[in-house]
Structure formats: structure tokens, C-alpha cells
Design a protein around this ligand. Structure first.
Ligand code: GLN
Length: 199
């Protein structure tokens, strides 16, 4: 059973801990560099990426996180976590930094004020024929991807149709939406499999 950390400086940590446990992992919270050393994979939750960035730096986690990601630590970022894993941000806060690792450009709060939050069924080949209920909350979308990035899902209907909202690049996984709030643990199961492959 792999041990998967949830970055616990800010955001919906508990939901990810529960989803990871349901997906067959031992889940622990990560707030300190020593806790980071003990994990086989890391989830970066949804929340507010500007705050998360500040706290990560305040808790002396920025450099250790970057180092482990560069060394190949599997990581899954949901919403704000996707922003943290992105190499490039559009509409970021002044002096906002990310950890990077994913060769993508994300746009923060991309869906606009009128559609702050919405839900949609997405068809994701890697997760089987049954659609995934995707919950978007002031979500980013992925505006550009590098060659090594696999696009797992795009918005299927409405004005944002075609926008990329789930990606994978080797051991890094990211979604614009929040599978941890739906009770459908297939994304967490996929991540647990990625972590096992890496072990
Ligand atoms: N809008 C948030 C940000 O920019 C992300 C929202 C979320 O994680 N639900 O970080």
C-alpha cells in the first residue's frame, strides 16, 4: 500500500485524504519538509493558489517540493493544485509562483464570473465508459500543452467546449475540477496506480 501525502497548508485537504483512503492508499498530511520525505506521491488540493503559494514558501516547502517533483515524485493537482503544478500561469497574481513540473499553461479563474461554478459529465477514456461528474469551482483551464502532455479531458458543452481540463505528463496528473467531492474515486485510483508504478 503506497503512502500518499496531501499538501495541507490550505484547501480541501480532508476530502482528498478520504478519497485516497477509499482508493486503497495510506494518506497522510504534509505540512513540513520531513513529512514530505516520507511519501511516495503527493496530492495538491483545491483551494486558492495564491495563498497556497505564499504558505508553501512560508513553511519552507517550496524548494523541497520542487526538488522532489524534479526527482520524479508522482503528484496529482486538483484545481488550485493544477495551477501549482503548471510551468506557466496566465492571470496569476502579481509575483505568484508555481512549483511547476507540468509543461502546461493554465489560465486562472478562466471560466469567468458568470459561471463561477458548474458541473458537467465528462467522458474520459482512461477511466472507462462511465462519464465522470466534473465539479468546477472558479476553475482554471489549460490553455496550452507541451508535446509530452496527454490531454485526458476537455469541456464537452457550452461556450467553453473544447477547453482542456485534465492532463497527464508521466507521473504528474492534474484536473481543473474536483473529483474528491463527488464520491467517484476513479481519478484517485488512477493516481494510486501511477504511484505504484513509480515505486
Ligand atoms: N481560483 C482558485 C485559484 O486560482 C482555484 C479554485 C479552486 O481550487 N477551487 O487558485
Amino acid at each position: 500500500q503506497p503512502t500518499i501525502g496531501v499538501l495541507a497548508v490550505q484547501g480541501d485537504v480532508r476530502e482528498h485524504v478520504r478519497a485516497l483512503e477509499a482508493a486503497g492508499a495510506a494518506a497522510v498530511t504534509v505540512r513540513r519538509p520531513a513529512e514530505l520525505e516520507a511519501v511516495d506521491g503527493l496530492v495538491i488540493p483545491g483551494g486558492e493558489s495564491t495563498t497556497m503559494d505564499k504558505l508553501v514558501r512560508l513553511f519552507d516547502l517550496h524548494a523541497p517540493l520542487k526538488a522532489r517533483l524534479e526527482a520524479g515524485l508522482p503528484a496529482y493537482g486538483s484545481c488550485a493544485g493544477m495551477i501549482m503544478l503548471a510551468d506557466r500561469i496566465l492571470d496569476g497574481h502579481r509575483d505568484q509562483q508555481t512549483l511547476g513540473g507540468l509543461d502546461i499553461t493554465v489560465r486562472r479563474n478562466a471560466f469567468g464570473r458568470q459561471v463561477d461554478s458548474f458541473e458537467e459529465d465528462l467522458h474520459i477514456r482512461e477511466l472507462g465508459p462511465q462519464p465522470v461528474r466534473a465539479v468546477f469551482i472558479r476553475a482554471p483551464w489549460v490553455e496550452q500543452v507541451g508535446e509530452a502532455v496527454d490531454v485526458l479531458a476537455r469541456v464537452e458543452t457550452g461556450p467553453a467546449a473544447g477547453r482542456i481540463v485534465a492532463v497527464r505528463q508521466g507521473p504528474l496528473l492534474a484536473t481543473s475540477f474536483h473529483p474528491e467531492v463527488t464520491g467517484d474515486h476513479r481519478f484517485h485510483q488512477l493516481f494510486v496506480e501511477i504511484v505504484k508504478e513509480g515505486a
